[in-house]
Design a protein around this ligand. Structure first.
Ligand code: ADP
Length: 406
């Protein structure tokens, strides 16, 4: 029977899923050549107005559904809906393995891991490090394990790619006991950076061997400094609020502000968490939207200010990463904003001419992979990321290593 690999990325308000073919499964290849997308989809708006949509690789809508919000329409029930729909649309294929995006691998996991009962228990201990994300990541793993205890499930971590960061980039200026217990920078979006690091040699071999900054600019946004394709610094830190301002997250914030909010505004932990994660960033500054497309189209000066602050902070954080790398050979834009907004890329690059960055307006408008001019000191690229494919690749690699094939 033909088989496939499913990928699940479960968050607080959405569950994304993809299914890939795994037709050359007996080969020991760990590349992406035999992993072809069959369909993908998501349920979003969980807890508000849940909506399901599944699409074919060409974007054709295969199915959609909506539910009125109700306590019974929860993650578990919606996951069951996804499993049922996927099961009915596999065209006779069998799901041999499921790869999961898991935000935190703590101090322990520097690469993907096959999940068993003891791994699951360890992953539960990281909930304290990522309380808004980790519990949701683990629900599908537990649910599927209950349905089929022998299902091959792999956890792939957003933190793993950054475990190569040196101590000097990793440690906060806190007393050592905090650092030792794990209060340090972890960095996130690691699956996206790993995908780009894998792709870079096919675009530019020199870039893959040199000093690169990869800007993952989506509704969550961060940047990574890579030396010879390994992470040496990230704008994100202990949590995914640090660094760049995002759709609804503050990015770096003077910790004194939090003390002020507690003392003077009597805000408790939940109030502050909501403010930092959900009400700030582009939405908070503009008061209009967290979506960069909406802000770019708006005439409202608050929207312009939000975009200006985003661009300013990207440039400022980028200069910090260039200092960490002691120079820059390559800049890569990826994720929703990075891949799709020539205006934002142009605004960022215009302010970086002092670094020897020069972009070709026409190439930038087309978003074709290389957007720098031939005389630019730094090669600048637009490379679409694919975290789901990265997870499928890791899952298959572990299947091969664990001789799932006979
Ligand atoms: P996520 O972090 O949810 O994976 P994405 O990487 O998909 O986010 O990025 C989503 C964001 O990308 C949207 O919120 C939107 O602001 C931005 N985006 C998408 N297309 C464009 C565009 N053409 N111009 C500007 N921003 C865009």
């Amino acid at each position: 029977m033909k088989e496939c690999i499913a990928v699940i990325n479960a968050g607080s308000s959405s569950i994304k899923f993809s299914v890939f073919t795994n037709d050359n499964s007996s080969s020991s290849s760990s590349g992406d050549d035999s992993l072809e997308l069959i369909f993908k989809g998501q349920v979003d708006g969980i807890g508000v107005a849940p909506k399901f949509e599944a699409t074919a690789p060409d974007g054709t809508i295969l199915a959609s559904n909506e539910w009125a919000n109700h306590p019974d329409v929860n993650h578990k029930m919606l996951l069951d809906e996804i499993i049922q729909w996927a099961g009915e649309n596999l065209d006779g294929r069998e799901i041999r393995a499921v790869g999961h995006r898991v935000v935190h691998g703590g101090k322990i996991y520097s690469k993907p891991v096959l999940v068993d009962e003891s791994v699951l228990q360890t992953l539960e201990t990281f909930v304290a490090l990522a309380p808004l994300h980790q519990p949701h990541n683990l629900v599908p793993i537990k649910t599927l394990a209950q349905m089929d205890p022998y299902l091959f499930q792999v956890a792939c971590f957003d933190t793993a790619f950054h475990t190569t960061m040196p101590d000097v980039a990793r440690n906060f200026a806190l007393p050592r006991n905090f650092t030792q217990e794990g209060v340090h920078r972890y960095g996130f979006h690691g699956l996206s950076y790993e995908y780009i690091a894998n792709k870079l040699p096919s675009f530019d071999l020199q870039a893959a061997k040199g000093r690169a900054v990869v800007a993952h600019l989506g509704s969550g946004a961060s940047m990574c400094a890579m030396l010879k394709s390994k992470s040496i610094a990230s704008t994100m830190g202990f949590t995914a609020i640090d660094g760049l301002p995002m759709g609804t997250r503050t990015g770096s914030l003077d910790p004194g502000v939090v003390l002020y909010l507690m003392r003077q505004k009597h805000m408790d932990t939940d109030d502050i968490e909501r403010l930092l994660y959900k009400e700030s960033g582009m939405l908070g500054i503009s008061g209009i939207s967290n979506d960069m497309r909406v802000l770019m189209k708006s005439d409202d000066p608050r929207a312009k200010e939000a975009v200006d602050i985003f661009v300013y902070r990207v440039k400022k954080e980028l200069a910090g990463l260039v200092a960490a790398l002691e120079g820059i050979d390559t800049l890569v834009f990826t994720a929703g904003i990075g891949e799709n907004s020539p205006q934002i890329r142009e605004q960022i690059c215009q302010g970086l001419q002092w670094l020897g960055i020069r972009i070709d307006s026409e190439a930038n408008r087309r978003g074709k992979p290389r957007i720098s001019t031939s005389d630019s000191d730094v090669s600048v690229w637009v490379i679409p990321t694919n975290e789901e494919l990265m997870i499928a690749m890791h899952t298959r690699k572990l299947m091969v290593q664990n001789t799932v094939y006979h």
